[in-house]
Design a protein around this ligand. Structure first.
Ligand SMILES: [Mn+2]
Length: 279
């Protein structure tokens, strides 16, 4: 699932099914605190996934053209529904119910969440907005939907972000300590005893030199290979994933960040699929 806007992440039931990776996009810009360009992301990511400059095999040898690995079910028409004057509370229900239809069997209990982001997105209500993209993880933790929340790539965090992290027992791994934490993060084992693992990737976890097409440019981030190592080596039953905050309006003319976001979707889809790769 690639949501352009992190508000979509606040639903505890969003995600891909496991053996069949369903990939709905969602476009929602109005809860963004700065720019709204991410609303255009799903279309650009789709184009980049199937771009002729690369092939349809993932790094570990899974074939994306196999519908058991990737099935694209289109977008949830979030912005269109909002244009009909549907308010945010009801919008959240639309998102939740749409995804519940697709993955009912995977609901009904907490997960472990691996969250890659420059920001902890855990304000109670950023600028008074509980649906702000900077507040996604507060309702998840308040609602008990996550047993563990690991935040990786953090390098823009306020005292409130740290306090909220302590309050909810969040494991916050800050970039300034990444060389110390690298071994641990590249050998994670999560999801045992709960419903599985939810991976949420904000594209700005990456260094902006690699992925400049984001609204909140924050130097000093992860390399693409750092992220791949963390994801490929993760041991656990990954049941849900999202890729958020790619802003095509800030991308390079050759669409570098679109390719980065697309590769994240490709590799995450493969991680969820139970089909064995050839790599
Ligand atoms: Mn972020």
């Amino acid at each position: 699932m690639f949501f352009s806007e992190t508000s979509g992440r606040a639903s505890p039931c969003t995600g891909w099914c496991q053996s069949l990776s369903i990939t709905p996009g969602g476009s929602l810009g109005h809860n963004s605190s700065f720019l709204q360009g991410p609303a255009f992301a799903p279309h650009r990511i789709r184009e980049a996934i199937w771009c002729g400059s690369t092939n349809s095999s993932t790094e570990e040898g899974k074939e994306l053209k196999d519908p058991r690995v990737l099935t694209d079910v289109g977008d949830v028409p979030i912005q269109e529904i909002r244009d009909c004057a549907v308010d945010d509370d009801r919008l959240m229900n639309v998102i939740s119910e749409s995804v519940k239809l697709m993955m009912e069997e995977k609901l009904g209990g907490p997960v472990d969440i691996l969250h890659l982001d420059a920001h902890p997105d855990i304000y109670h209500a950023f600028e008074g907005n509980i649906y702000s993209h900077a507040s996604s993880f507060a309702p998840i933790m308040e609602g008990g939907y996550a047993r563990r929340l690991l935040q990786v790539g953090i390098r823009s965090i306020t005292s409130e972000g740290r306090e909220q992290g302590k309050r909810f027992g969040v494991e916050q791994y800050e970039m300034r300590n990444f060389s110390r934490d690298r071994h641990l993060l590249e050998n994670l084992k999560l999801g045992e005893g709960v419903k599985g693992v939810y991976i949420s990737v904000d594209v700005d976890c990456l260094d902006p030199a690699i992925a400049p097409g984001v609204s909140h440019i924050e130097p000093g981030g992860l390399s693409f290979r750092d992220v791949m190592n963390i994801l490929h080596n993760l041991q656990g039953d990954v049941v849900v994933a999202d890729v958020v905050e790619f802003n095509p309006q800030r991308d390079t003319v050759d669409g570098m960040t679109a390719m980065v976001a697309a590769k994240l979707v490709r590799e995450l889809t493969a991680k969820i699929s139970r089909i064995h790769g050839t790599g």
